[in-house]
Design a binder for this molecule. Structure first.
Ligand SMILES: [Zn+2]
Length: 845
């Protein structure tokens, strides 16, 4: 570790002591800028700003429009892109940048003018706008394009053969992918990329012709048109797409996932802004432990140095140097640990991925306060920086094409061979030291059982489809088999870890790791796990390979069934989001459903046809109900929610109708609370900030309606509105990850997973309520980062054994459930959704 890395670490510790993680950092005494900070989204501000988005229009299926669908066609493709009406409100215009509506005409003109440029639609935004994928390359016949596609597949599927293939080595066009503007209010990646496209399209020199004869340059011109137009970081659904790559809840992240799989780039850039100094990855530790990191860093560092040299040549005072976190920052300041960021995700798909941050801020408050001339001066420099980094990366990819290709082949070879995680010597590249060592022991296989050992067949199918969509290979047993002394029925799924993208398979399925003691802080989430949080039972086989006849899976088998004999009432257990969706659909149809306990509902035999439809549509199982079961009638709860965008999205995914509310809407008298059965409070609603009229309206509702809260805003509402006598205790604000819990209560606890997710965890003390769920009695964190706030305060030790979720009847007469966990966080923990739904039904009475 060199001095600058230590220095920034000390500064970062000072920032933490001040209690904030995201404030802009001043220039240090040493004259070096302290580490740039990434912006959170769907982070702590989730508790402050209630989402107001109403239902979104359905978008067209993105996958059908991906380049894979267009294989066997040559280049150029000359797709006539639809042109959108001019939108004078587009926020790009003030900056002198290209507004979204001008991109399609520009690309149409470029396609007409040059046989090197092809544009396609790679998908659609949350609000339905086209996502453009541009390919710049020398013209190809259909046969040449088919051959390129075959080679791409050969590299992944038979790396040994690809390595021997001399024609491939000579003629395979090196794929390079540029993603721009994933954060809508970080505009200039788009403009810089368009500048490069134009230059490559029109250049007449032989060097460019030669480059394009052996390179395919793919550009997703704007990954976030909704945000580009509106000047927002998030997409039209309120999501940060650059946090969604492991979850794939948004069409923009699914579109680029499909692009990276179909194109298999050796190098990719994700163009962002604004960090004061241009920032170019590689990142600091902790490094994702599932990478073939040696194959990555050997290119990522020199490529970053090449990009730095390129921006220096621009000659601006503001571009005299770059921050390269690997070289310049302390561990934890700018890490590549979670696979939620585009470049980190792309590494698992075979690319040397880099985030690039252009330097000069033009968004936020400065967008309104700076003179237009200054904004345009800045955006001009930013555009030049974006273009020069893209140009430098293309040059690197061309200059090092043989080695990049060999290393991508080697990545996939190691996967197939089950080679051990690489051990990289110190000094492997400049600055690689003991702090950079991260590796793993890959299991031999994961098994997703069918039959009675599967907790939720619907969750299992969802997980399998997710894995397959990410190009993880999954097979399905044709016959029963035994593994590690356990019997699995036919139909069980197997993820054999001897596969090309084993790193991706493992980063999605592993538990993860408690890295609290390894780095002083982390930037974004440090834990996630589709195995522990998505609701399906998944077994690990550490060393034994499954020996059984299997078939490859392209889509999971249907899981829905009605297993009771005709004439019997039907029982449905609310274990998973799919069960909740099915129940809401039955309630929508006016079917009388009774609840026998907080997690079991009974559907009358007469509604068998509707149950069968719901079973096949949502993949859920109806079994025979106890003949004596009666229960209370379930009504479809009318839900009002002061909640974050991700929570609104998750509630709608489960089929709840939700009316957004907030302090502002209530104070303005525009929030509709008539007939509300339950109120969700997690963001943007402060009881003490309500005016007299609003308070009276809400008080009237609270005499009968239920309340479900989440997080600190929800807990403050509970206290101010005098609901449950529970005192909330805050864990450290940036603590996050997967935790062990014990389920003790009848509403949320019943049938819940032994794991949950936390972000800024809370726990509850006091008496006069039911404890639904507790943090595990010792060191609750399974994976993630959770240090104490101070000595003996806010840490895992203080949370251990404490109440994480509580329920009860309020002093006002309604029912309330308080969550200290994050069951809907960024829509990731699908297996926790039903906890929240059960709280809604129960609290609604
Ligand atoms: Zn960004």
């Amino acid at each position: 570790m060199d001095l600058s890395r230590k220095l920034t670490g000390i500064l970062a510790a000072g920032i933490l002591a001040a209690g904030s993680l995201t404030v802009p950092v001043p220039v240090s005494a040493a004259g070096r800028s302290a580490p740039s900070t990434r912006d959170f989204a769907n982070g702590p501000e989730r508790n402050d700003i209630a989402a107001l988005t109403t239902s979104l229009p359905l978008t067209a299926a993105a996958r059908a429009a991906t380049p894979a669908a267009a294989k066997h066609r040559g280049y150029p493709r000359r797709t006539g892109l639809r042109v959108y009406p001019e939108n004078p409100a587009d926020k790009s215009i003030k900056l002198g940048l290209v507004p979204y509506h001008a991109i399609a005409p520009h690309l149409n003109a470029l396609q007409r003018a040059s046989d090197r440029v092809s544009a396609e639609i790679a998908g659609h935004s949350a609000l339905g706008r086209d996502l453009y994928l541009v390919t710049v390359t020398a013209p190809e016949t259909a046969a040449e394009a088919t051959r390129q596609d075959r080679w791409r597949a050969l590299i992944e599927n038979d790396p040994a053969a690809a390595r021997r293939d001399r024609a491939l080595a000579r003629d395979y066009k090196t794929p390079v992918w540029i993603n721009a503007n994933i954060h809508g209010n970080e505009w200039e990646g788009t403009d810089g990329a368009l500048r490069v496209i134009e230059r490559l399209a029109t250049a007449t020199d032989t060097a460019t012709a030669r480059l394009l004869s052996r390179t395919r340059i793919y550009v997703t011109v704007t990954n976030n048109p909704d945000g580009r137009i509106a000047g927002t970081r998030a997409n039209g659904a309120g999501f940060d797409i650059n946090r969604d790559h492991a979850t794939s809840s948004q069409p923009e992240s699914r579109a680029v996932r499909d692009v990276v799989i179909a194109t298999q780039p050796v190098v990719m850039l994700d163009e962002h802004g604004y960090t004061g100094t241009t920032l170019i990855e590689p990142a600091t530790p902790p490094h994702g432990q599932n990478y073939e990191y040696d194959l990555y860093i050997k290119h990522a560092l020199p490529n970053a140095l090449g990009m730095e040299a390129a921006i220096q040549k621009l000659g601006y005072a503001e571009t005299a140097r770059a921050d390269i976190p690997f070289r310049d920052y302390a561990p934890g300041d700018w890490d590549d640990w979670p696979p939620i960021f585009t470049p980190m995700y792309a590494i698992y798909q075979g690319a040397v991925g880099h985030t690039v941050e252009v330097p000069l801020q033009v968004n936020g408050g400065l967008y309104d306060s700076l003179p237009v001339a200054e904004l345009r001066r800045r955006s001009g420099i930013n555009t030049a920086v974006a273009a020069s980094t893209i140009g430098a990366a293309i040059t690197y990819a061309d200059t090092h094409r043989a080695q990049l290709l060999a290393d991508q082949i080697e990545q996939f070879r190691r996967g197939w061979a089950g080679a051990p995680s690489p051990v990289i010597p110190d000094g492997y590249v400049d600055g690689f030291g003991p702090e950079d060592h991260y590796s793993t022991t890959f299991p031999r296989a994961y098994v997703i059982p069918a039959g009675t050992a599967q907790r939720s067949p619907a969750a299992a199918a969802r997980l399998v489809d997710h894995l397959v969509a990410h190009d993880v290979r999954v097979t399905q047993a044709k016959v029963p088999f035994a593994l590690n002394g356990k019997k699995y029925p036919a139909g069980s799924y197997v993820v054999d870890m001897h596969q090309p993208k084993r790193g991706l398979a493992n980063v999605l399925l592993e538990a993860g790791r408690d890295i609290s003691d390894l780095v002083p802080q982390m930037y974004d989430i440090s834990g996630w796990s589709h195995r522990l949080l998505w609701g399906a039972s998944v077994d690990i086989s550490r060393t034994a390979a499954p020996r059984t006849r299997t078939k490859p899976v392209t889509i999971a088998s249907p899981t829905g069934a009605v297993t009771a004999t005709p004439g019997r009432n039907l029982s449905l257990t609310l274990r998973d989001a799919a069960d909740v969706r099915a129940l809401n659909s039955l309630l929508d149809q006016g079917i009388t459903v009774r609840r026998t306990d907080a997690s079991t509902v009974v559907v009358p035999a007469a509604a068998r046809r509707a149950a069968q439809d719901a079973a096949s549509r949502f993949g859920v199982r109806f079994t025979a109900a106890d003949r004596k079961a009666t229960g209370t009638v379930v009504t479809r709860p009318v839900v009002a929610a002061a909640a974050a965008a991700d929570e609104l999205f998750a509630l709608r995914e489960m089929g709840f109708e939700v009316r957004p509310v907030s302090t502002a809407l209530l104070n303005a008298g525009t929030a509709d609370l008539t007939g509300v059965d339950t109120l969700v409070v997690s963001s943007g609603l402060s009881y003490s900030q309500l005016n007299t009229t609003a308070k009276a309206t809400l008080d009237a509702v609270l005499t009968h309606a239920g309340v479900v809260t989440r997080g600190s805003t929800g807990a403050a509402f509970n206290t101010a509105a005098n609901l449950l006598p529970a005192t909330a205790v805050a864990g450290r604000g940036d603590a996050n990850g997967v935790v062990n819990v014990t389920n003790t209560g009848p509403v949320v606890g019943a049938g819940s997973l032994p794991n949950s997710f936390v972000y800024s965890p809370l726990w509850f003390t006091g008496t006069g309520f039911t404890v639904e769920q507790r943090y595990a009695a010792t060191r609750p964190l399974v994976a993630g980062h959770w240090l104490p706030t101070g000595p003996g305060v806010g840490g895992q030790a203080q949370a251990a054994g404490q109440a994480a979720v509580v329920s009860g009847t309020t002093a006002r007469g309604g029912r309330a459930v308080l969550f200290g966990t994050e069951p809907l966080f960024r829509t990731h923990p699908k297996g926790l959704y039903a906890q929240f739904a059960r709280a809604l039904y129960w609290s609604a009475g």
